[in-house]
Ligand binder design. Structure first.
Ligand code: HEC
Ligand code: HEC
Ligand code: HEC
Ligand code: HEC
Ligand code: HEC
Ligand code: HEC
Ligand code: HEC
Ligand code: HEC
Length: 453
């Protein structure tokens, strides 16, 4: 399979170079193209004349972009500025930079996965089915409660900030949207406005494309090696609510990466990056890369059993994946380096941690429902100690405990996880008992303001 894919890429490359040649050959025969001075580039890399112009001028105007592009593999396969940035005149994103004003070429600074799909259809299709695509934009764009959180609360409208002030959208633009993605809004010149571009992993484009491949394959060298390293995920998967990089680096696997990563072979061809090239897995190895009989996937949901991100953990189904199948695939990853006995222990540890977490969560939910039925919850959850604690229970401590166990970061299972879960739970119990006993809500919120780390 891996070999077939390599062959496919070689064939695509050959085809593209051949296509460029035949265009040039036909143009030369018709006498419509002056190839003087271009032959060298053409013979080496197969550029068209228009393509060469972009590179030549941008080498002066934006040298950083051209240098980065030159160092990537796609430049050596004759994929250049024009292949990714040119759009039809009729495209909603069509515009012209000052170098091509008045010509028949139209371009856009925005490049959606629809463009990549012309040459990488499989990767884009897998990616589209994952939580990294449409689902990632849902909180920023589709859920009322998050609109209220981003603008009314975090944007300070509740405290008197002018609801039309540009600063109200700071959190959406520079916070949530940088990781999750938002939706591009266009101005009169078809350029993005209102800080809606560039965006995070689930960015939605005017051409209907969803996703931002550059969060892991930084432009303009679109490096495979980089995406295999844990740093590719770390800019988003960190912090008090999903400390995946912290968990990883403190796990035995992360210890191996830190001690020996600089000796590992990172540049093996797609699909044939195997144990031996590395001694322990990175995020990509377990969640994405081909290993043994498993193929590379851009659907990060494929190898997951549990949903460890939402308030109550359930086995994945529907648009979140297929948990039973995910369990088998993840075990298959481990089986390349561990025996079944070892893997069984880890997988049942995770199942048990989910059970323990759900046990606390269900009891907390029962208290909450009881308070609600007795009219003992405030309408505003953010000035109600019980409800704030409930949030930290699942969103911070509860995720740390679950994800810490899933990826063997004992400190997150224990001290940042279950140790704090029981304390948060006890405080909730105290507030619950007080309210039930006195049939009223206590005067002041008793809760920490940032949540336990
Ligand atoms: C393989 C596809 C690809 C190629 C080849 C490519 N780009 Fe890009 N470029 C992108 C993507 C993807 C983005 C990010 C767009 C987004 O976030 O919507 C981008 C963004 C940009 C931007 C806007 C962002 C910024 O930092 O200002 C410029 C300008 C740009 N590219 C110029 C170029 C030039 C010049 C070349 C040729 C040397 C080139 N690109 C080659 C895919 C490509
Ligand atoms: C004669 C010089 C020249 C040529 C030729 C040229 N460009 Fe540009 N391009 C520029 C300049 C100058 C800018 C503005 C850079 C800035 O905003 O600082 C620009 C901007 C861009 C941008 C960013 C637009 C935006 O709104 O941010 C993209 C994408 C781009 N060019 C792609 C191309 C492509 C693709 C080609 C070839 C079809 C091309 N350019 C040919 C000079 C040129
Ligand atoms: C016109 C066709 C074409 C387009 C469009 C295109 N690619 Fe590529 N891409 C290729 C080819 C061909 C290769 C193989 C290069 C090689 O291995 O020599 C490649 C290789 C890659 C690689 C592997 C690089 C490495 O280090 O081995 C990545 C990652 C990649 N492309 C991402 C993208 C992304 C993201 C986009 C859209 C922004 C995109 N490509 C658009 C043709 C294309
Ligand atoms: C630093 C990057 C980052 C920022 C900033 C960020 N998130 Fe997230 N968010 C993530 C990651 C990564 C996950 C996935 C964690 C997991 O799967 O365990 C996530 C998960 C979520 C989820 C659960 C998945 C879902 O779609 O139901 C919601 C809801 C969410 N974030 C909302 C928000 C909102 C709203 C904001 C801004 C107020 C925000 N996030 C800011 C990175 C971020
Ligand atoms: C979450 C990070 C991430 C995102 C987002 C991402 N990739 Fe990748 N990509 C990877 C990793 C990791 C690999 C290396 C897999 C391996 O080890 O072979 C890879 C490999 C590739 C390759 C090389 C061929 C292959 O299948 O191994 C191509 C082409 C590619 N990606 C294209 C894309 C495109 C197009 C997008 C956007 C739709 C994209 N990637 C988004 C992480 C990512
Ligand atoms: C630019 C930010 C960003 C980067 C980089 C990133 N992710 Fe994510 N990831 C997210 C967001 C946001 C979510 C939550 C999506 C949602 O709302 O459902 C997420 C969710 C996930 C999920 C859970 C999917 C689900 O549906 O619950 C996994 C697993 C994951 N990412 C793995 C990775 C890995 C592995 C890498 C690196 C190879 C990576 N991510 C890189 C932002 C990112
Ligand atoms: C040894 C393999 C392995 C490594 C390395 C690894 N993970 Fe995981 N990851 C797992 C397992 C196993 C789970 C739980 C899967 C399940 O539910 O069965 C998981 C769960 C997750 C989740 C939670 C998904 C959800 O339910 O919301 C995210 C997010 C995630 N990993 C991201 C990362 C990131 C980012 C890295 C690197 C910093 C990483 N992982 C490293 C194996 C790994
Ligand atoms: C590329 C090989 C590789 C893969 C794949 C891999 N591991 Fe590991 N793992 C290692 C190495 C090497 C160690 C360190 C062994 C030692 O302590 O001497 C390790 C250690 C561990 C440890 C720490 C306990 C111990 O044995 O020292 C756990 C737990 C673990 N792995 C679980 C898993 C699980 C579960 C999976 C699959 C989700 C997995 N690993 C996938 C190579 C791997």
């Amino acid at each position: 399979m891996a070999r077939a894919r390599k062959l496919f890429i070689v064939l695509v490359t050959v085809f593209m170079v051949a296509a460029a040649f035949s265009v040039l050959w036909a143009a030369e025969k018709n006498g419509s193209l002056n190839l003087d001075g271009l032959r060298e580039i053409t013979i080496d890399q197969g550029y068209t004349k228009d393509a060469a112009k972009c590179v030549e001028c941008h080498a002066k105007k934006t040298p950083g972009i051209v240098e980065s592009w030159k160092s990537g593999r796609m430049s050596h396969a004759a994929v250049s500025c024009i292949d990714c940035h040119s759009v039809k005149k009729s495209s909603p994103m069509a515009g012209q930079c000052e170098g091509i004003k008045g010509s028949k070429i139209f371009i856009s600074p925005m490049v959606s996965p629809k463009t990549c799909a012309r040459c990488h259809p499989a990767e884009v299709e897998q990616f589209s089915k994952s939580g990294h695509a449409r689902l990632a934009g849902v909180p920023v764009l589709e859920k009322d409660k998050f609109q209220k959180l981003m603008y009314h609360l975090e944007g300070g409208v509740f405290a008197g900030n002018d609801k039309d002030a540009p600063s109200v959208s700071t959190v959406r633009a520079a916070g949530c949207q940088s990781c999750h993605g938002g939706e591009v809004q266009l101005g009169p010149d078809n350029r993005p406005i209102n800080n809606t571009w560039p965006g995070g992993i689930g960015e939605r484009y005017p051409d209907g494309g969803i996703g931002n491949c550059t969060v892991c394959h930084t432009r303009h060298n679109f490096d495979l090696k980089e995406a295999r390293k844990p740093e590719a995920c770390a800019s988003c998967h960190l912090g008090p609510d999903h400390p995946d990089i912290e968990i990883y680096l403190s796990s035995k696997h992360g210890q191996q990466f830190l001690a020996h990563g600089d000796e590992w072979k990172w540049d093996s061809a797609p699909g044939v990056w195997e144990p031996g090239d590395y001694t322990a897995p990175t995020c990509a190895t377990c969640h994405m890369s081909g290993i043994g009989d498993l193929n590379t996937t851009h659907n990060i949901n494929e190898r997951l059993k549990w949903d460890l991100v939402h308030p109550r953990s359930v086995v994945r189904s529907g648009e979140r994946g297929n948990g039973e199948k995910g369990d088998k695939l993840m075990r298959q990853v481990c089986s390349n380096c561990h025996a079944k006995t070892h893997t069984d222990v880890q997988r049942s540890n995770l199942d048990n941690a989910v059970d323990l977490y759900n046990f606390y969560f269900d009891k907390a939910t029962a208290m909450k429902n009881d308070l609600k039925s007795k009219n003992l919850l405030k309408d505003d959850p953010w000035s109600d100690g019980f409800q704030e604690l409930n949030y930290y229970l699942w969103h911070h401590t509860g995720r740390r405990a679950r994800q810490g166990t899933a990826m063997f970061g004992a400190d997150y299972t224990q001290w940042h996880g279950f140790f704090q879960i029981f304390q948060v739970y006890k405080d909730m119990e105290d507030i619950y008992d007080y309210r039930i006993k006195n049939n009223k809500i206590e005067e002041l919120s008793t809760v920490m303001n940032s949540g336990p780390e």
